[in-house]
Ligand binder design. Structure first.
Ligand SMILES: *Cc1c(COP(=O)(O)O)cnc(C)c1O
Length: 337
């Protein structure tokens, strides 16, 4: 089976399962789990933040982050296509009475500075209080330019807004740029990282930020039902992922590049090559026969997620041979029909 639907489908390797079996554990709600404490400290260290908070998912990590930055009646500025706006069930609005202010993104994933400036509200009781800017990096597999991050976050700071990074795939950006995580995170007050995407842990995210912010976040995490007990079993997998699986993301990027190049040779496909930076390849079948293509590939044990634009994601359980086999299977689809 070649599963290209997402890098969330990665399964823990034997080496990772071994550290899970051997993990020292305690009751994390009491602060007693050494494996969780180690993971939180390590995540904070590599992101250059004071403290970390281990949570079950990226959605909860971003939600705790927004709830800790904003009060009821305040708002966060966020990309219209960003995860923290579009794909988190409206959590900040539902659970925090915090208004999202979405802004249409450019094709490169940036929110134009002029548009950010235009939606930051003046102090007037007609408006919600603008409080936070949320960026996402990588976004749709794309790496935000460093100058852009610098400009957007200083614009926010100049208006006394906080800066939060949804860094679910931060390390894909780090590997692509050949930089340190802190080269990116230094522009932000808080960052959320996912352990369960390309890094290959079965579950978990870490929210990192200033110590008092994380103290507030710990209260929200408990309220949201994210206080876990002997969570060291899964935290150990997360720590293993951070210590061992970051550099290898380069292989996923290479495989995605190989896949993109092979697909670009198929006339029936319109492949977005310019914005292919990391482990994702986007394309549209020119004839629009998405369902048929999906079924054809499924019959060959290749899984893709159908959509108006199809996203293929490489990860640690997809090899170079797998991506070439996928390109061949797509080619065969157009030859037979
Ligand atoms: C996956 C993802 C999340 C949420 O993570 P879950 O663990 O699935 O809740 C948040 N932001 C981005 C950019 C993601 O890709």
């Amino acid at each position: 089976m070649i599963d290209l639907r997402s890098d969330t489908v990665t399964k823990p390797t034997q080496a990772m399962r071994k550290v899970m079996v051997d993990a020292e554990v305690g009751d994390d709600v009491w602060g007693d789990d050494p494996s969780v404490n180690r993971l939180e400290a390590y995540a904070a260290e590599i992101t250059g933040m004071e403290a970390g908070l281990f949570v079950p998912s990226g959605t909860q990590s971003n939600l705790v982050g927004i709830l800790s930055h904003c009060q009821r009646g305040e708002e966060y500025i966020v990309g219209q296509q960003a995860h923290t706006y579009k794909y988190e069930g409206g959590g900040a609005a539902v659970l925090g009475s915090i208004q999202p202010q979405p802004v249409e993104l450019e094709p490169d994933g940036t929110m134009p500075l002029g548009k950010i400036r235009a939606v930051i509200k003046p102090d007037d009781f007609h408006y919600a209080i603008s409080k936070l800017l949320c960026l996402e990096n990588t976004i749709g597999g794309k790496v935000l330019p460093m100058e852009y991050i610098s400009a957007a976050t200083s614009l926010a700071s100049d208006h006394k807004l906080g800066n939060h990074l949804d860094g679910a795939r931060l390390f894909n950006a780090v590997v692509r740029l050949g930089c340190k995580a802190t080269d990116i995170t230094r522009f932000f007050d808080s960052v959320s990282i996912c352990l369960s995407k390309g890094l290959g842990a079965p579950v978990g995210s870490v929210l990192c930020g200033p110590a008092d912010f994380i103290k507030t976040g710990r209260r929200w995490r408990k309220m949201l039902g994210g206080g876990m007990r002997q969570a060291g079993i899964i935290a150990a997998a997360g720590l293993y992922a951070l210590e061992n699986n970051i550099d290898r993301l380069a292989e996923d990027h290479d495989n995605a590049a190989l896949l993109g190049k092979a697909l670009a040779e198929i006339d029936e496909l319109d492949v977005s090559l310019q914005t292919m930076h990391t482990n994702m390849v986007f394309f549209k079948p020119r004839d629009g026969r998405v369902e048929e293509l999906t079924d054809h590939l499924a019959s060959r044990e290749i899984l893709i997620e159908p959509g108006s634009e199809i996203r293929l994601v490489t990860h640690m359980q997809v090899s170079a041979d797998d991506v070439l086999a996928t390109a061949e299977a797509i080619k065969a689809f157009y030859q037979q029909s």
